[in-house]
Design a protein around this ligand. Structure first.
Ligand code: FAQ
Length: 315
């Protein structure tokens, strides 16, 4: 039997991807494909988990029981997304504890958006509408990712994110149709979250080191700029519908391109936030570290119980 050289294996692997056959955990894959997926998927998992923090802060301050129940359910969903994604990352041979340690040490990234504070109740609406809205725009494309476990996790996650997006838009619609003060809160939330939401899609295509290879491997199906443009085109009419103004003086429908033109993004702010200097970076990582320390006794007790049961069974 002929032993395939790595180059043959790589060619077969790429052919499979070109034929839209999903790559599964036990299939051969190039090291760089595995590494790229572990990087992206673990950072995605961290984003879901860190993403609970700004919203969780408002559960006790929700204005009524319905809003509280909805927010509680949404935050729990985000925890579930983190768990699916950590599990999917483990199918690539990554150690869950090690990836979490990378988050806590600052080695691993998580979405820049979660380093901004949720200052008012309207921000909860803006997070659902814009942050979940941007997340879905990206994740719908990831449902067609070449790696099976990631693509399948995304299908379930997108269904839940789409409910999150709607609850956020419904919340802001209610505020935008309320008293002048409530409308002002909604506008202020849009003003603060618009630009950071656009940054969620990552650097412009010509500044994105990972995009070309990830597109070839069909991990990414659409580029950062394509997704960002799709998000703007879908979201601007939604803002107009509820009487809010997108904070961009250059925003204009372009008949020729069939898209909105917009002001270039402040990438200096983006990199400051990604590199740890955003308004809440320290607070977010401290909260995650503390959660790990405070939950240590539960994990130790569960392990001791499992050990005891194993001994009993083998006796
Ligand atoms: N923040 O070469 P590219 C959510 C990094 S989930 C921080 O373009 P790539 C749900 C990037 O990692 C939101 N870092 O990278 C929710 C890379 O650095 P590295 C999260 C960013 O991977 C809602 C470097 O810049 N979603 O919101 C960001 O090809 C509400 C160069 O960039 C996902 O993670 C950023 N915004 O494309 C939860 C989706 N952008 O790793 C709670 C999966 C870029 O080489 C409440 N991820 N960087 O050191 C992806 O689709 C991709 O990883 C991109 C970046 C598009 C984020």
């Amino acid at each position: 039997m002929k032993v395939l050289e790595t180059t043959d294996l790589e060619q077969k692997f790429q052919d499979k991807i070109d034929r839209e056959v999903k790559i599964e955990p036990n299939d051969w894959m190039p090291d760089a494909y595995r590494k790229t997926l572990i990087r992206q998927m673990s950072q995605h998992a961290h984003s879901e988990v860190v993403g609970m923090l700004p919203e969780a802060n408002w559960i006790t301050r929700a204005p009524n029981l319905r809003r509280k129940a909805v927010l509680l359910a949404k935050v729990q969903d985000e925890a579930g997304h983190g768990l699916y994604l950590y599990s999917a990352t483990e199918t690539l041979g990554a150690d869950r504890e090690a990836t979490i340690d990378d988050l806590h040490s600052g080695k691993a990234k998580y979405s820049s958006i979660f380093n901004y504070p949720a200052l008012s109740w309207a921000d909860i609406g803006a997070i659902g509408w814009l942050v979940d809205g941007a997340a879905i725009m990206n994740q719908v494309a990831l449902c067609r990712c070449s790696y099976g476990p990631y693509a399948r996790a995304m299908v379930k996650i997108c269904k839940e994110e789409s409910f999150h997006q709607r609850q956020g838009y419904e919340l802001l619609t209610t505020l935008a149709n309320g008293t002048p003060e409530q409308k002002e809160l909604a506008q202020d939330a849009l003003n603060r979250f618009w630009w950071p939401a656009l940054m969620m899609f990552g650097p412009n295509d010509d500044e994105s080191p990972n995009s070309a290879q990830s597109m070839k491997w069909k991990i990414k199906r659409l580029s950062n700029d394509e997704l960002r443009q799709n998000f703007i085109d879908a979201t601007v009419p939604q803002a107009e519908l509820i009487g809010l103004k997108v904070p961009d003086e250059n925003l204009k429908w372009n008949e020729e391109t069939g898209h909105y033109d917009f002001t270039p993004i402040n990438w200096d702010e983006f990199w400051q936030v990604v590199n740890g200097n955003g308004p809440c970076n320290k607070q977010r990582i401290d909260a995650r570290r503390k959660a790990k320390e405070n939950g240590m006794w539960v994990r130790e007790a569960a392990l001791a119980f499992a050990e005891k049961r194993k001994k009993k069974q083998s006796a």
